[in-house]
Design a protein around this ligand. Structure first.
Ligand code: UD1
Ligand code: UDP
Length: 365
C-alpha cells in the first residue's frame, strides 16, 4: 500500500515522527513524505527531523511566508502534481494548518482516500484559520482519527454518522510522542544547564497564534501581563519567528528571558522542570498535562476542553488582570494528574491498524 503523508509545520513533525516509526514496522506500507516547507528555519523544521530520526521528506515544496490564499493555492498545485505521479492509495494529514487542508483537498479531488489525524477538534471560533482548516479537512476525510471522546462527539453532533466515512477514536499521537521521547530527551537535552535553570522556579511560555499576534491590543495586553508576572518569577519564552517580527515592528518590550524556538527534546525538558505553562499553543496545553503541570491558556476558547473541565487548564483570554489572576490561582491549586484523557500511548498503532483494515476491505493491498 502506498501512503503519502503531508507535513509542513512544527507540531506536524512530532506527529509524523510517531506515525513513520509505526509504519516502519509494516513492510507492506510504503510511505512518501511531502514537506510543504511552511516552516523552514532550522529550529522550526530540520531539528525535528534530525532529533526524532524522521525519514527525510521525498519532496520539499519550500512554500512559506505568504498570505493564506497564495500559500494554499501553491501547495494545492504542487501536491496535486506529486499525487498524479505517485498514485498513492491514501494521503494522511495532521492537525489544522494550511498544509493540512491543502493536502486533504488535493487528494480528495483526485479520489484518493484522505486520513485526518487529530480529527473532530473544535474551538467553535470560525475566525481562527485553524478552525476553518479543521472543519473543512474533516468534511472531506475518509478516515477520521479522533484523539479524544469529545472529538468523536463533535463529529456526531455535525452528522458525520450519516456521511460515508469512518470515525475512529485512536488516542492522541502527541501522548505517544511525549511518553516515547521523555527518557531520551532527558539524556540528550542540555537546555536546563544552558539556561542556568537548575533548581530554579520558572514559568514556560509560548505565544504564536494569529488571533493574538495579529491583534496589537491583544498582544500588548499579553506582554504587559507577562512583564508583571516576571517581577515575581522567571519566565522563559522560546519565541516563534512570527511573534518576534511583530514585537520588533511594534517596538513592544519584553522584560524577561526570550530564547529562539527550541527542538522537541529541549521542550520536553523545559516542560518537565517548569512550574507552570502559559501559552496560546494547542500542543503545549496537552503537553503541560502530560508532564503534570498546570496551564494557563492565553485564548478565549480551546479545542482541548477536557483539560479545562478537569481543572488542569484555565482559559485566561488576553485581558491583563485576568491573566495575572489566572496565573496566581493556578500556581496554588493542587491537581491530581492521574487521569487518562488521551489514550495509552498507542495512537499511532491504532491509526495504522485502522488504515490497514480499511484497505483490506477495499482490497487495496
Ligand atoms: C502555523 C499554523 C498554526 C500552528 C503553527 C505551529 C496555519 C494557518 N497556522 O502558524 O495553526 O499553530 O503553524 O507553529 O497554518 N516563519 C519563519 N520561520 C519559520 C516558520 C515561520 O520565519 O520557520 C514566519 C513566516 O515567514 C511567517 C510567519 O512566521 O511570516 C507565520 O508562519 P506561518 O507558517 O504562516 O504560520 P504560523 O504562525 O507558523
Ligand atoms: N515546540 C517545540 N519548540 C518550541 C515550541 C514548540 O518543540 O520552541 C513543540 C511543542 O512542544 C509542541 C509543538 O511544538 O509539541 C506545538 O507547536 P506549536 O505551539 O507551534 O503549534 P500548535 O500546537 O499551537 O499548533
Amino acid at each position: 500500500m502506498k501512503l503519502v503523508t503531508v507535513v509542513g509545520a512544527r507540531p506536524q513533525f512530532i506527529k509524523a515522527a510517531m506515525i513513520s516509526r509505526e509504519i516502519a514496522k509494516y513492510p507492506e506500507i510504503e510511505e512518501i513524505i511531502i514537506h510543504t516547507g511552511q516552516h523552514f528555519d532550522k529550529n522550526m523544521s530540520d531539528i525535528f527531523f534530525e532529533e526524532m530520526k524522521i525519514p527525510l521528506p521525498h519532496y520539499n515544496l519550500k512554500i512559506n511566508s505568504m498570505n493564506h490564499g497564495a500559500m494554499m493555492g501553491k501547495m494545492l498545485e504542487c501536491i496535486e502534481d506529486i499525487l498524479l505521479y505517485e498514485k498513492p492509495d491514501f494521503l494522511m494529514v495532521y492537525g489544522d494548518t494550511n498544509s493540512t487542508l491543502a493536502g486533504a483537498l488535493a487528494a480528495k479531488k483526485l479520489h484518493i482516500g484522505v486520513i485526518h489525524v487529530e480529527a473532530g477538534l473544535r474551538s467553535f471560533n470560525m475566525r481562527m484559520p485553524e478552525e476553518i482548516n479543521r472543519v473543512l479537512t474533516d468534511r472531506i476525510s475518509d478516515i477520521l482519527c479522533c484523539p479524544t471522546k469529545k472529538s468523536v462527539e463533535n463529529l456526531k453532533n455535525e452528522g458525520f454518522e450519516n456521511l460515508q466515512c469512518q470515525v475512529v477514536k485512536t488516542g492522541d499521537v502527541m501522548q505517544d510522542a511525549a511518553w516515547f521521547y521523555q527518557d531520551i530527551s532527558g539524556m540528550k537535552s542540555q537546555i536546563i544547564c544552558q539556561l542556568t535553570l537548575e533548581n530554579k522556579n520558572f514559568i514556560l511560555c509560548t505565544i504564536h497564534r494569529a488571533e493574538n499576534t495579529d491583534d496589537l491590543s491583544r498582544l500588548s495586553s499579553i506582554i504587559s501581563a507577562l512583564n508583571e508576572i516576571a517581577k515575581e518569577v522567571d519566565i522563559i519564552l522560546p519565541l516563534h519567528p512570527r511573534t518576534v517580527k511583530i514585537l520588533e515592528k511594534n517596538n513592544l518590550q519584553i522584560e524577561f528571558r526570550v530564547i529562539p524556538p527550541v527542538g522537541y527534546f529541549d521542550m520536553i525538558e523545559l516542560l518537565r522542570k517548569t512550574t507552570l505553562v502559559l501559552t496560546d499553543s494547542g500542543g503545549l496545553q496537552k503537553e503541560a498535562f502530560f508532564f503534570a503541570k498546570p496551564c494557563v491558556t492565553l485564548r478565549d476558547e480551546t479545542e482541548w476542553t477536557e483539560l479545562v473541565e478537569c481543572g488542569f487548564n484555565r482559559l485566561a483570554g488576553t485581558e491583563k488582570n485576568k491573566i495575572i489572576e489566572s496565573y496566581r490561582e493556578m500556581r496554588k491549586v493542587k491537581l491530581n494528574f492521574n487521569v487518562n484523557l488521551y489514550g495509552n500511548g498507542d495512537a499511532a498503532k491504532n491509526i495504522i491498524e485502522t488504515i490497514l483494515s480499511v484497505s483490506d476491505k477495499l482490497k487495496l493491498k
